[in-house]
Write a protein that binds this ligand. Structure first.
Ligand SMILES: *Cc1c(COP(=O)(O)O)cnc(C)c1O
Length: 393
């Protein structure tokens, strides 16, 4: 079904779907590593690009293609590249865009390993990286060097919830000949469409909102044009960061309810943020939907809703936070986010443990920061759980 001019919910269900000979209502799992050619000539044509037949699953597979085309339509992009994980997506993009001697500017509060792989691995190949607070775009301008080629942002940032102005970054990127990459994991295309705002590449850990059920790990990249698409697909295929057909089947199932899940989760999140904000034991809370969030106005203009991620600190600091994490019973004490279940975790000792203490502090990842991913349970139950956990402190 052609879904190009259809609404977002229709795309969620139908974009990327193809008909098989049995009229299957869902996209089957093509659990095969390789594909039979019709003839030696057909095999040669598949390799030369004359035919678009499938060759080998690392290069392409029908179940995976269905997901790639689905997400490309959701993000209003040229095409999608599915990967084994969110880090597979990030690494493929870095590998495609960075060379020895080039420089990347990145948000300082990005997903921990997205920073770690630059600092610990790409640095060995003479790639330079600067990490700045991109929520103030002056910092980006100050970090520019003659060899800067990529601007990489994550908004809202993980876990500080700071918002970066995508339109302003696109302008800087255009004026300085940079490729703008946006990690859109925290929003999903339902809440934010970076390519529409001038970004060149958008990527996701689909482990989070897009799959939404905490049962697979995966990633995806969507580019605005064919040049970037070909470049990144090459690095994904050659580095072997491909998705597996079963992963693709799972995410095709998960993505269908993306809008419903996010609507429900962000409705819960708003109520929980209000509860936490007025609780006497809570020192601070960062949620883009609260007027106390420093970029509330910006969030309102570039996000369709405020999402279901928040961070907060307790008056008793880390010790109090630790006690809370050990005493909630409904929220799972686990990393990851964006699933149907509520999760609580401590970034400084968990997701961002690989970032040095001084870099964590510079990025605003304080020791008292607790990250909360709101699920779609009954909100009264989540609040009751927090209430009893806080009462023990
Ligand atoms: C989880 C996450 C990643 C990494 O994704 P994986 O699927 O775990 O490899 C990247 N960016 C953000 C914002 C994330 O939350």
């Amino acid at each position: 079904m052609k879904t190009k001019n259809k609404g977002f919910n229709t795309k969620l269900i139908h974009a990327g779907a193809f008909e098989d000979e049995f009229g299957s209502a869902t996209i089957p799992i093509y659990q095969t590593s390789t594909f039979k050619f019709k003839s030696a000539q057909h095999g040669a044509d598949c390799f030369s690009g004359k035919s678009d037949g499938y060759i080998y699953t690392r290069i392409g597979n029908p179940t995976i293609r269905a997901f790639e085309q689905n997400i490309a339509e959701l993000e209003n992009g040229f095409d999608g590249i599915a990967t084994s994980s969110g880090m597979g997506a990030i690494s493929s993009v870095y590998m495609a865009l960075l060379s020895a001697g080039s420089h990347i500017i990145s948000s300082d509060a990005v997903y921990g390993p997205a920073r770690g792989v630059l600092e610990q691995d790409f640095s060995r190949f003479n790639v330079e990286a600067s990490f700045v607070n991109t929520s103030n775009t002056e910092n980006i301008l100050a970090a520019l060097k003659p060899n800067t080629s990529v601007l990489y942002i994550e908004t809202p940032a993980n876990p500080t919830m700071e918002i970066t102005d995508i339109v302003a970054c696109a302008k800087i990127a255009k004026e300085n000949n940079l490729v703008l990459v946006v990690d859109n994991t925290f929003c999903s295309p339902y809440l934010q469409k970076p390519l529409d705002m001038g970004a060149d590449i958008v990527l996701h850990s689909i482990t989070k909102f897009i799959n939404g059920h905490a049962d697979i790990v995966g990633g995806v990249i969507v580019t605005k044009d064919s040049v970037l698409y070909k470049k990144i697909r090459h690095s994904m295929v050659y580095m072997g960061c491909n998705m597996d057909p079963t992963q693709a089947f799972m995410v095709l199932r998960g993505v269908r309810t993306l809008a419903l899940r996010i609507e429900r989760a962000q409705e819960n999140a708003m109520k929980i943020a209000n509860f936490l904000q007025s609780h006497p034991k809570v020192n601070w809370i960062k949620y883009p939907g609260l007027t106390t969030h420093p970029q509330y106005e910006l969030a309102k203009t570039q996000m369709k809703g405020f999402g279901s991620m928040m961070s907060f600190g307790l008056k008793g600091g880390y010790d109090a936070g630790k006690k809370l994490m050990d005493n909630v019973h409904l929220a799972l004490l686990a990393v990851s986010l964006g699933g149907v279940e509520t999760l609580i975790q401590h970034p400084a000792s968990m997701t961002h443990a690989g970032v040095s203490k001084e870099n964590k502090l510079a990025a605003g990842i304080t020791d008292d920061l607790i990250r909360f991913s709101v699920g779609i349970e009954d909100v009264e139950d989540i609040i009751e759980d927090l209430k009893q956990g806080l009462s023990i402190i």
